[in-house]
Design a protein around this ligand. Structure first.
Ligand SMILES: [Cu+2]
Length: 355
């Protein structure tokens, strides 16, 4: 019961933020201001891609398109921490896991991603995007006290991996533009260029499969407010070299941004993600499942997260036009196919420059 009401609340909030944007446009759509007395630039209803808030919060990908001939380079650093184990919406302790037969309990995980991407617009309506990442993941474990397994008697240990992630290629196709609002389709796919390691499912920087990444993005601008909404999916088209397929997922994001000055905006975002569990089993895993992350059934779930961000556009000097952005993201609600590690805080920091 509680679970359903929480989802309902989340959806209501989600709808509320999106509607707020639409209502705001409806009331202030056609005003052309010559001065607003706050030191911010003159506003019109024409889309302004030089506004600091014309880019979404930095954790949102494929959010904007470019004008014909433009290029953009970007670098993002992402950090995510995961903590306590959870099954559905209940937290589980290491002792709970040992009691249910596992020999090893994960106690935390950290992920770091260095993401580089490039955008190029051959026309006003089509922007091409390429992105890849280099990732570090580490997981902490506690072995069961009194374990019969050698060297695993109540000890803690950390496993670390690193490697290249997959390559994402996308076409962002603008299908609607009335100056204050824009809509584009995200037509992307992911190629399995990343490297597998010898650890469990959550530690892999690659899906190992060709994935379709369809999506749609809506953007709007008003005098000092702006926002958008995006729905994106990930559909895995085949199975990877170890005979399994990560779960398909769909993510809905909506955000609002407020322009404090010409060079600084703040944002608030809500993201709801649903992923199904892994299909198949890693062919290298044989024998008993010592720890929950070794079980493909312990993947997928529903995550509702909220983010607060800052976008900064360098106004003058040698770095004029460079964009710097920061976003902190915290989980609001998680319903996991478990036992599975739950998300804690994430941070995304980024640099972008168009030419
Ligand atoms: Cu761009």
């Amino acid at each position: 019961m509680k679970k359903h009401s929480t989802i309902a609340n989340a959806l209501t909030t989600f709808a509320f933020i999106t509607t707020l944007g639409a209502a705001n446009l409806a009331t202030a759509g056609d005003v052309i201001k010559s001065s607003n007395g706050s030191g911010k630039s003159v506003c019109s209803t024409l889309w302004d891609s030089h506004r600091v808030d014309s880019h979404a919060p930095i954790g949102v990908m494929g959010d904007h398109t470019h004008e014909a001939g433009e290029m953009m380079f970007s670098y993002r650093y992402g950090y995510m921490e995961m903590g306590d184990m959870r099954d559905v919406t209940h937290d589980l302790s290491s002792q709970d896991l040992f009691r249910s037969g596992f020999m090893v309990a994960p106690t935390g995980m950290e992920m770091e991603m260095h993401m580089i991407s490039m955008m190029h617009a051959p026309t006003d309506n089509l922007t091409l995007m390429a992105m890849t990442s280099y990732q570090f993941r580490s997981m902490d474990h506690l072995s069961m006290p009194g374990s019969p397994a050698r060297a695993m008697n109540g000890t803690t240990f950390r496993k670390k991996v690193e490697g290249w992630g997959d390559l994402t290629l996308a076409g962002l196709l603008k299908i609607y533009d009335n100056n204050s609002q824009r809509v584009h389709l995200n037509l992307g796919f992911s190629a399995p260029t990343g490297e597998f390691n010898d650890r469990a499912y959550p530690m892999q920087p690659t899906t190992g499969t060709w994935d379709l990444l369809p999506g749609i993005t809506w953007l709007w601008q008003d005098n000092d407010l702006s926002g958008g909404a995006q729905v994106k999916g990930r559909i895995h088209l085949d199975e990877n070299e170890y005979q399994y397929t990560y779960g398909d997922s769909v993510t809905g994001t909506t955000w609002l941004a407020y322009r404090l000055t010409d060079s600084l905006s703040v944002s608030a975002r809500l993201t709801l993600e649903h992923a199904t569990e892994i299909d198949g089993t890693d062919s290298r895993i044989t024998g008993p499942l010592m720890s929950p992350p070794m079980d493909p059934a312990n993947t997928g779930g529903n995550w509702l997260e909220g983010g607060i961000g800052l976008n900064y556009l360098v106004p003058d000097g040698p770095f004029k036009g460079h964009r710097l952005a920061l976003e902190g993201i915290i989980p609001i609600y998680q319903d996991l196919n478990g036992p599975q590690m739950q998300r804690d805080v994430s941070v995304v920091v980024g640099w972008q420059k168009s030419f």
